[in-house]
Write a protein of this length. Structure first.
Length: 605
């Protein structure tokens, strides 16, 4: 049975829940005891007469929703269409503060049903919801102009509002279907009503039923790997097919590693099949047993799909804090994941006028076009070409909260012609020649905390034992590699990123790398840590009281900051964020030998 997904949206009190409740009742999609419950429960301030059905209660099930008379969370309901399809309805909140709920529903929907109160007309939230529907690629948008009885069912009022909606649709690139309705009485909800003799179009349900959707137009086949299944004598990869499909014997390649293999068996559940089509959940057994892991993608060998690290995308910003240029987030697209940096804001969309505003501030519920740079290349397409590979969310790496929903506009070609070159001498071989395992020790702390002194002493101690080392000191790097960077938050972030990449290269060469860098922000250190395996990187906090650092003041920075000559010195003019779970905490006031003893112990564990 095929499934059709619909979402309702619109401003507060436009009648979304009432419409969906009426639709469910008139199509006999609600159990009788549930209907009776909607007769007996009374909302605070309800105008529904005792004994009559409060249709909104059929979707608003939360206690807070019933108390306040509003929709807070997305409510999902199901009904069968006459043609045998199953319709999944998502009733979404109208308040601006719950925009994230509406975005979640829109990301999965093929039809949007937007309600408009005939007495209030087009409002800001109407513009916002239509803009989001357009960006999310919803294929059919129905605008139901509700409460027509309150304007005496006037054709003139309907025509005026329909004209405004059509203008918005034209600007956003879609042609909406506009229908006059009275949700409370059911006029034009399931069948056409005599209340609107001047209206010759379809009812809401008829308009939904007439939609057949479009078929995926990807000319390739993909299987995003969601699970690797292992038993004693079996290894398979599981996922949901996207695109044309796969058959037994098809040759596939693994993205991003480019390894190739052949589909030896296909399982749909426990049953062996010969073909897997679009949308089917299957398990492949690949020959030979090449290394495939969750988050990678199998593609047909003829696919021209290209991995990209550089994206231009539209974001619906959902975070409580404003979007921050240079901030590092975690990008999640299906099973694929990568740290990502917001490199630039191209523009912010004025949802009412459609104008592109040339400023960098992006507040909660704003929509912006941005440039993103990923740490790891992933498979992306334009969102219009494929929702599966054109959508993503951004996750704040500190709070683990979802802060944005994104739709890819384009993949930039900065690195599309660059591929990794593999050499026969590996890190393991270089480590064997040096006689020890490589490692990165990242010393973080305030200026004057003793990082450089500790790094120097540790390197001398290790070198005397024949360990191959190198110290990456923050000041030394700013004299060369990072001399173009200042001390703003964004420049400090880039400084840490570059040092992290250099440390990774040096560790790959087989060295024990000692980094002495203030690196004040936790998210930047987390981004660097993500470049390494768990046993390759140790974050060490040199915890020295700021009063002691000021007293030492080896570079005279604190004295200059006190005079106002430096405005962003960490610890005075700029915040320092201590590590939450460092591998080791050193007391910067303790004798040097004791700290070196602790650090050497860390390398041995």
């Amino acid at each position: 049975m095929s499934i059709l997904r619909l979402m309702t949206c619109g401003s507060v009190d436009d009648g979304k829940s009432t419409l969906i409740g009426r639709l469910l009742v008139e199509t006999e999609s609600v159990p009788s005891d549930t209907i009776e419950g909607a007769r007996s429960i009374r909302r605070t301030g309800s105008t529904i007469a005792p004994g009559e059905i409060d249709f909104s209660l059929l979707t608003d099930g939360l206690e807070a929703e019933r108390e306040q008379g509003i929709t807070i969370d997305v409510a999902y309901r199901s009904m069968a269409l006459p043609d045998g399809r199953r319709l999944i309805i998502a009733d979404t909140p109208g308040h601006e503060q719950y925009t994230r709920n509406m975005v979640v529903a829109a990301s999965r929907s093929e039809i949007a049903l937007l309600l408009l109160d005939a007495t209030r007309g087009v409002r800001t939230q109407t513009h916002r919801h239509l803009t989001i529907c357009a960006l999310m690629g919803i294929e059919k948008i129905i605008v139901a102009i509700n409460k027509m009885d309150l304007v005496d069912n006037q054709e003139f009022t309907f025509s005026e509002l329909a004209s405004q909606v059509m203008d918005i649709g034209k600007r956003l690139g879609f042609l909406p279907t506009v229908i006059p309705i009275i949700a409370l009485t059911g006029a034009n909800v399931v069948s056409k009503s005599e209340d609107f003799g001047w209206y010759g179009g379809a009812s809401v349900l008829e308009s939904i039923q007439n939609w057949n959707g479009s078929q995926p137009d990807l000319d390739s086949s993909f299987l995003p790997v969601q699970l690797v299944s292992r038993t004693q004598d079996f290894r398979g990869v599981s996922g949901t097919v996207v695109g044309r499909g796969f058959s037994l014997g098809d040759e596939v390649r693994v993205l991003p590693t480019a390894q190739k293999g052949t589909i030896r068996k296909i399982y749909a559940g426990v049953k062996e099949v010969h073909h897997a089509g679009n949308g089917e959940a299957v398990t492949f057994e690949i020959f030979p047993e090449i290394d495939i892991s969750r988050g990678q993608v199998l593609a047909d060998v003829g696919s021209t799909a290209i991995l990209s690290r550089n994206l231009v995308a539209n974001l619906v910003w959902l975070g409580e804090r404003d979007l921050a240029i240079g901030h590092s987030y975690l990008l999640q697209s299906g099973v694929m994941q990568s740290p990502v940096e917001l490199r630039a804001v191209r523009n912010v969309i004025d949802v009412e006028s459609g104008d592109f505003l040339q400023h960098r501030e992006v507040a909660k519920n704003a929509i912006a076009e941005v440039e993103l740079v990923l740490t790891f290349p992933l498979l992306f397409t334009n969102y219009r070409a494929s929702r599966e590979f054109g959508n993503f969310i951004l996750i704040d790496r500190e709070t683990l909260q979802t802060v944005a929903a994104g739709m890819v506009n384009e993949t930039q070609t900065k690195s599309e012609n660059v591929s990794r070159q593999n050499y026969e001498v590996t890190r393991s071989e270089r480590s064997r020649l040096k006689g020890h395992q490589p490692h990165v020790i990242w010393l973080t702390g305030l200026s004057g905390s003793g990082k450089s002194t500790i790094a120097d002493a540790l390197e001398k101690s290790l070198s005397s034992d024949g360990v191959h080392t190198y110290v990456l000191d923050g000041d030394n790097l700013r004299l060369g590699l990072n001399q173009d960077l200042g001390f703003s938050r964004e420049d400090r972030r880039e400084n840490v990123r570059r040092v992290g990449e250099v440390a990774k290269l040096m560790m790959d060469a087989g060295l024990v790398v000692i980094v002495a860098l203030v690196s004040p922000f936790a998210e930047d250190r987390t981004a660097v840590k993500s470049l390494f395996a768990v046993n390759e990187f140790s974050e060490v906090w040199v915890n020295t009281p700021v009063a002691v650092c000021q007293e030492r003041d080896p570079k005279g920075l604190y004295k200059r900051a006190t005079k106002g000559e430096i405005s962003n010195l960490t610890g005075i003019g700029q915040e320092y964020e201590p590590p939450k779970e460092p591998a080791l905490v050193l007391d910067g006031t303790m004798d040097l030998d004791s700290n070196i003893f602790l650090l050497r112990g860390l390398l041995l564990t």
